[in-house]
Design a protein around this ligand. Sequence first.
Ligand code: AKG
Ligand code: FE2
Length: 308
Amino acid sequence: MNLVENLSLTSIGHRLDTSEEAFGELRDSSCLAGNGEELRVRIEEDGYLFMRGFFRREDVMAARAGLVERLAAEGVLQPGTDPMEAIIKKGHDITFRADLTAANASLKRLLYSGPMMEFYREFFGEPVRHYDFTWLRAMGPGHGTPSHCDMVYMGRGTREKLLTAWVPLGDAPLRLGGLMILEGSNRKQERLRHYLERDADNYCTNGRYAAEIEAGTRLWEWNGTLSKDQVSLRNKLGGRWLTTNYEAGDLLTFTMHTVHASLDNQSGDRIRFSSDSRYQPAALPVDERWVGENPPAHSMAAKRGRIC
Ligand SMILES: O=C(O)CCC(=O)C(=O)O
Ligand SMILES: [Fe+2]
């Protein structure tokens, strides 16, 4: 189809079926901006809201500039190239870099003030807060993220009124490996019940990994992945994998129950930058793993052990 042209797209090395029954374009809901009621109806239906051109391009690019500057200083980018192109130096490997957000005031402004906070206030119809941890992905060429629902990582506060925002920090055409949503998966909670009830930071104190987890040498007993094979997952759950050629300025927001994954980065030498961040009504309980000046994240402080 149009969206794919001649690309052979993969996710964790599995070649995706890009026929019209299996693959398609995200529905753009930007025409509903500013209308909380309609946005709520739409997300109930789709499990996500894709807001094309939500941010000003220059604001996104300012955040990107801060990221590539840091990587250039670290020697991760190919010398003699424009840092904004984010061309990785041969032999380097990069994926998750939450630390890159620390000194990036433009990124924090983009995600946690102005239009973004106003969007979620309008959506929830009440005062909102964001989580303090920013998941910053600097995905070099290679595998993307396996499918999962965010519930298993942040379901200890409100489980219904919490949304993820996925923001491409630069243009991210398909070959750069953007996010995909499994169509209709938000309405498959019953099928996914066993998965959705799990928590990636729980572990069995009498289990085989307990000693390593408690010593801090192993991050978790189970990493929250729903499937590494997006082709067979789609065959089981149905729906199409939905994505798009993302542009700087786009916002994709989705529920804790929405199944998502990302495409592999097949660009050869470019880094895909994106952030994920979270928003909820201020009056509701939060997931303590992700709030505060130094959020515990998945550290031992967040682990809950029990005898299994
Ligand atoms: O960007 C990715 O590869 C994964 C992002 C994700 O899982 C999220 O936004 O919740
Ligand atoms: Fe996620």
